[in-house]
Design a protein around this ligand. Structure first.
Ligand SMILES: [Fe+2]
Ligand SMILES: [Fe+2]
Length: 449
């Protein structure tokens, strides 16, 4: 049968039927014929051949392009591509592959400027996207995107609120200044230097702590008696080691509330009055765990408040106290180096003063006296330890007992005979230990006679 003035040979005919049946497009069929037999068939003859043989050509690229359209698009892309890409495309890329490539290039705006300008100009002249799409054989959706990119669209927030760099600089200044101002009104100190000048040869120092004032089991009667004895005994001083009130309303252990005889505000007021009575005999205050609940939850600190009222050092959870004793008329004074804190690791009921030795080991070996509170048992002992005489103190409590201590099987406290007191020589470095405020008062009076 003649095609384009030529007759297909038998081999060509059967090959063509085979590739059309396999779903190839007309363009692809011609590519394959060229490769195999060195010639192609005109497009219209190819269509006619297929119709006679009852065959159908595959529709290309989701039905939107015919093979010839793709060929034109391909040509367009080839025209617009650099030589290197053209060579690559001709090296066996399929028509659909080339078509995808041109979609990509069109999307990327890589068409030659001239073509872009033409499209821009057509769109500017009011031509429709469909018209432009057909005219340049470019997919309508890409023309639409290109058209959108040409339109001006802008969002402006008219009252956007922002800060300037200088505002942030000011903020840094503000933080720095606030830090300085807050620290300026901070009264916590870690070292207290206290000088006592007296005509007496001896002074006494009582370690008062763990009062838990409003607790039903606190022996306030004994405490008031002891304070009275201290007031009546010259050169009898007091250091406070924390836990002034129970404060269970504020703290996490709500079960303790049932032991309170008054609410926290009343307890604080009463504590203030009590410490006012101790007055100038009180040398420092330390915060205890129960006092710290106020500080942590309400930024209020009762031991610090009392220290400010009485003009004495507030040592936070604990600190160093250097007591210089100066006997009137004597040139040389005597320095006692001390460390007192509410609690410290290493506490043990079998060896109550072990934590004092831990302080010597971990904080400083220089201290003559180390006092630790919190565990509510009273103990004071002199020991020749690491080449010098030391006094180790566990400060006890005026709270006789509570549910917790009962549960653990501790004996109730007996403050009258247990409260630890150290007696210090003002002329030569020499310490004596005694328990019970009344005992200490009698001993001090006798020594100073
Ligand atoms: Fe306590
Ligand atoms: Fe405590």
């Amino acid at each position: 049968m003649p095609f384009n003035g030529k007759t297909l040979k038998k081999a060509e005919k059967s090959y063509l039927i085979k590739i059309i049946k396999s779903g190839k497009s007309k363009t692809r069929c011609n590519e394959l014929l060229m490769k195999k037999f060195g010639r192609t068939i005109a497009d219209r003859n190819m269509t006619r051949f297929a119709r006679i043989e009852g065959l159908k050509f595959k529709k290309m690229i989701d039905g939107r392009y015919s093979g010839s359209e793709i060929a034109k698009v391909r040509g367009l892309w080839l025209l617009n591509s650099p030589e290197k890409e053209r060579v690559e495309a001709l090296k066996g890329r399929t028509v659909s592959g080339v078509s995808d490539k041109i979609r990509h290039l069109t999307l990327s705006g890589e068409l030659k400027d001239g073509l872009r300008d033409n499209i821009k100009s057509d769109l500017g002249n009011g031509e429709s996207i469909t018209f432009v799409s057909k005219k340049y054989k470019i997919d309508k959706s890409y023309v639409s995107k290109f058209s959108d990119s040409l339109k001006e669209s802008r969002v402006e927030i008219e009252n956007l609120r922002r800060w300037e760099e200088t505002d942030v600089e000011d903020l840094l200044d503000h933080i720095e200044q606030s830090q300085k101002r807050l620290l300026a009104v901070e009264s916590e100190q870690h070292v207290a230097n206290i000088k006592i000048t007296t005509t007496n040869k001896y002074v006494a120092l009582m370690f008062l702590s763990d009062i838990h004032l409003e607790n039903v089991n606190t022996d306030l009667g004994q405490l008031r008696k002891d304070i009275s004895i201290i007031r009546d005994t010259k050169d009898f001083y007091v250091g406070f080691g924390g836990d002034l009130i129970d404060n269970f309303y504020v703290g996490p252990h709500k079960e303790g509330i049932v032991e309170a005889v008054v609410p926290p505000k009343a307890a604080r007021l009463a504590a203030g009055k009590l410490f006012k009575t101790i007055g100038d005999r009180l040398l420092w205050t330390i915060i205890g765990c129960h006092d710290a609940w106020d500080r942590d939850y309400a930024d209020y600190n009762l031991p610090e408040h009392i220290a400010r009222k009485l003009n004495i050092p507030y040592l936070g959870h604990g600190g160093d106290i250097n007591i210089t004793l100066n006997k009137k008329g004597k040139e040389e004074s005597v320095l006692y180096s001390m460390h007192a804190r509410h609690k410290y690791r290493g506490s043990s009921s079998a060896n109550g003063t072990a934590c004092c030795k831990e302080i010597l080991k971990n904080i400083d070996p220089k201290f003559d006296i180390v006092a630790v509170s919190h565990n509510h048992f009273a103990e004071i002992k002199m020991e020749h330890y690491q080449r010098k005489e030391r006094v180790f103190v566990r400060t006890g409590s005026y709270k006789k007992e509570d549910r917790f201590s009962n549960m653990l099987g501790f004996e109730p406290n007996d403050h009258d005979s247990h409260i630890p007191v150290v007696i210090l020589n003002t002329e030569n470095k020499n310490m004596k230990v005694v328990q019970g405020v009344n005992n200490a008062s009698e001993l001090l009076r006798a020594l100073n006679k």
